[in-house]
Design a binder for this molecule. Structure first.
Ligand code: ADP
Ligand code: MG
Length: 759
């Protein structure tokens, strides 16, 4: 069943050739107990290793079941080792970090047999060697004799045809030796057992054939066998395979035995990731702060389109410090005023601005609200000359813009055209005139919000409100009660708001910090619709004086005719408007949008804006660039350090576990399986290291944020994005896998015999 034909084994060491086996011809029977004796160095172990395919012969042929092994490939040898051969070594060669049960199971599962199926087999061989009660123990909790029994059980578990034992009792006392010999003798009843021994007495007692080796040659053979084999050149290609999960569990067990070290390893390799995570978190936070800052600045500095603009202002805006040109300037020429003739087409154009760049647009339409207030049987006129009214930003943006820039103190934000909102001044101050208008006792120092919220005012049309006393003279003289009862429109104060602290919003609006009543643009549209054809509007269009101010001239009042007509509700075209960009990029987009309106227009028709947020962008751009550079360099250094670290750590682990590699190979593990075991280990370390890195980062962010807060006054700058956290864990795994790749490959290439010899 097994034949060695002219087997030669020559070891070549640097310049020395050592013939360990010299032309060995041997055949074995299917069932026999062969003892191989001989002095030390005579080639016994070499012979056994060649039979067990742990080592390759230099010349000759090994014939297994009439099959030449000349053309055997790595895989065929692995399969042969795993299924046909069971090894028993002098020093047991058990894997110490896994249980007795797992040690035995290993040989089975390497063959791809499932855990479930293997359980019965493993327990039955353990029973055979009398160790079924010890299956949970670790090898180093057993005596020498017990460990050798485990090794025997492992050799038997695949039910191989051949058991090879290299001085199995060499390390045992005589009493235990006899027990082991009895066990092996028993096994040899239906197997071929080849045992190398020094103990001639034991050999004589138990073996039924004794071969003596000397200087690599057979000196004597007590029961030679001549095998008339015929070579059937068909090679059965079968493969062993180790599942990925088996490799993983093997590594997991190994890692469990050295928790402290694994933790340190993972910690060391996590440092790089911690660095990246911290930088990411902080730059993340800084970016956010910069965005917030941009947004804040942008609401401070809108793009303003006012009715008129001093021409030189516009030209100064395009001026760059770096320009090496002179600018001819004459105060008299340049002070001339450009009139922005805003028409409906421009308003339509503005309405088409891409809203994603715009935080808000506020309109100033100058319109007068004709209102009547009532309390009990008392009535009162209110108009814009008494109470400060302001149009709130467009309905689309009002919620976000109002919410961002104001605190809602009571009630709710306005939703429709008949909703009003009281805007408080500094320190909750309200103009007495407003309180008086609302019939709230203004002599009382403190008024509760409840008295204001819910207050209603009646809106009156121009034709009811104004009475024409002369052709170009209108007065307000109708009884309030009559107007109040006639009016169908009630405006209601729905809420009270106050500009947020540290946000001196609407800087361009010099009434900021002053109390007023806000309304929505929709109300203006309603009023214009009602009043644009009113008698007073018509009369005003014809008149050279202001018809409702006792015939005051425009010059005397400091008003233009256009603005007076707007007060009366002639049209809804704004008198001026402010555009608040979302950020710097948005500002650029808006400006180029506004510029393109002017492109094909004559000078007179151009609408010239003022950009108040001009110089801030450069500063913020520099900060961003700096942060990015720091981030990139930090990250790349950390990455390199991490990968090198992992490589070194895996390499050390390979050196440490050389013996295990040898055992696995002797059990039939493929090279691939060995590298898998180490890859699995690096994967686990990578995962642990990633998790450590993220937890450490979260911990470190607490003091880091505290420090940054003290340095910059900015709160919670470092915030780790969960998405980044996951990516970083993945990077950590990928890095450890790459770092461990070469060492794992090296491990798998180790010579099994040498690996077994190492301690
Ligand atoms: P035994 O087991 O009978 O003591 P071995 O089979 O171990 O003898 O060794 C046979 C001969 O081969 C010895 O001279 C030994 O020095 C040599 N030898 C064994 N293994 C190697 C090796 N890996 N490299 C070089 N020489 C070796
Ligand atoms: Mg030996």
């Amino acid at each position: 069943m097994l034949t060695l034909k002219n087997i030669k084994k020559i070891y070549k060491t640097s310049n020395l050739k050592q013939t360990a086996l010299d032309n060995i011809n041997l055949s074995f029977r299917k069932n026999e107990f062969v003892a191989i004796l001989g002095p030390s160095g005579s080639g016994k172990t070499t012979l056994l290793n060649i039979i067990g395919a742990l080592d390759n012969y230099t010349e000759g042929d090994l014939i297994i079941n009439n099959l030449s092994t000349h053309n055997f490939k790595e895989n065929n040898w692995d399969y042969y080792r795993n299924t046909k051969i069971g090894f028993i070594f002098q020093n047991y060669n058990l894997i110490n970090h896994i249980s007795v049960y797992k040690n035995v199971e290993l040989a089975l599962t390497l063959n791809g047999i499932s855990r479930k199926k293997s359980k019965k087999v493993v327990m039955s061989v353990l029973q055979k060697v009398g160790l079924e009660k010890y299956y949970k123990k670790k090898p180093n909790e057993l005596s020498g004799g017990q460990m050798q029994r485990v090794a025997i059980a492992r050799a038997l578990v695949n039910n191989p045809d051949i058991i090879l034992a290299d001085e199995p009792t060499g390390a045992l006392d005589s009493k235990t030796s006899i027990q082991i010999m009895e066990l092996i003798k028993n096994i040899s009843k239906n197997k071929l057992v080849i045992m190398v021994t020094h103990n001639e007495a034991l050999a004589q007692k138990y073996a039924n054939r004794i071969i003596i080796l000397e200087d690599g040659k057979i000196k004597s053979d007590s029961k030679p066998f001549i095998n008339k084999y015929k070579n059937e050149e068909k090679t059965k290609i079968k493969k062993t395979k180790m599942g990925f999960f088996q490799a993983l569990s093997l590594s997991l067990n190994n890692i469990k035995t050295k928790k402290g070290r694994t933790f340190l390893t993972a910690f060391a390799s996590s440092i790089g990731i911690i660095g990246i995570a911290l930088v990411l978190s902080i730059s993340n936070g800084f970016n956010k702060k910069i965005n917030e800052y941009e947004k804040d600045t942008m609401s401070l500095f809108p793009i303003v389109i006012s009715p008129s603009i001093l021409k030189y202002e516009k030209e100064q805006q395009d001026f760059l410090e770096s320009k090496d040109e002179l600018y001819a300037y004459n105060e008299n020429d340049n002070k001339s005023v450009h009139i922005n003739n805003i028409k409906q087409d421009y308003i339509d154009y503005i309405n088409r601005i891409d809203k994603k760049y715009v935080n808000a647009i506020t309109y100033n339409r100058l319109i007068n609200l004709n209102l009547i207030s009532k309390k009990g049987s008392l009535y009162k006129y209110i108009n814009s000359s008494m109470v400060n009214f302001v149009e709130l930003p467009n309905k689309i943006e009002q919620n976000s813009f109002l919410r961002e820039n104001y605190d809602l103190l009571s009630g709710s934000l306005p939703v429709n055209s008949h909703d009003l909102v009281l805007i408080l001044g500094e320190k909750n101050r309200v103009d007495k005139s407003i309180l008086e208008g609302l019939f709230i006792d203004s002599n009382k120092n403190i008024t509760s919000f409840d008295e204001v919220v819910g207050k209603g005012l009646k809106l009156v049309s121009n034709d009811d409100y104004y009475t024409s006393v002369q052709e170009e003279l209108f007065v307000i003289n109708k009884p309030c009660k009559e107007l109040y009862d006639k009016s169908k429109i009630t405006l209601k104060i729905t809420g009270i708001i106050r500009p947020k602290k540290n946000n001196s919003l609407l800087m361009m609006d010099n009434t900021n910090g002053v109390s007023k009543i806000g309304y929505l643009g929709d109300l203006v549209k309603e009023i214009v619709k009602e009043n644009k054809e009113s008698k007073i509007v018509k009369a005003q269009q014809e008149s050279k004086n202001i018809v409702f101010m006792g015939g005051l001239t425009f010059e005397e009042a400091g008003l233009s005719k256009n603005s007076v007509l707007k007060m009366l509700g002639k049209d809804e075209i704004p008198y001026s408007l402010n555009i608040y960009p979302k950020n710097f990029k948005g500002k650029d987009k808006i400006i180029s949008y506004l510029d393109s309106y002017n492109k094909q227009r004559k000078q007179k028709e151009k609408i010239i804006y003022t950009d108040y947020a001009k110089d801030i962008r450069e500063l913020s751009g520099t900060i961003m660039g700096g942060i990015t550079i720091i981030l990139i360099s930090f990250s790349s250094i950390s990455l390199i350090v991490s990968s090198v670290m992992i490589g070194i750590i895996t390499y050390i682990s390979v050196l440490e576990r050389t013996k295990e590699i040898g055992i696995l190979r002797s059990l039939g593990a493929r090279k691939k399986d060995i590298s898998r075991v180490f890859s699995a280990e690096t994967l686990i370390i990578g995962l642990i290291s990633g998790v450590i890195a993220i937890s450490m980062t979260l911990l470190l962010l607490i003091p880091v944020n505290y420090l940054l807060y003290n340095l910059t006054g900015l709160k919670n700058i470092g915030v780790l994005n969960p998405f980044h956290a996951i990516i970083l864990i993945l990077i950590s795994i990928i890095l450890t896998l790459t770092g461990g790749f070469i060492p794992s490959l090296k491990a798998s290439k180790k010579d099994p015999v040498e690996a077994l010899r190492s301690e």
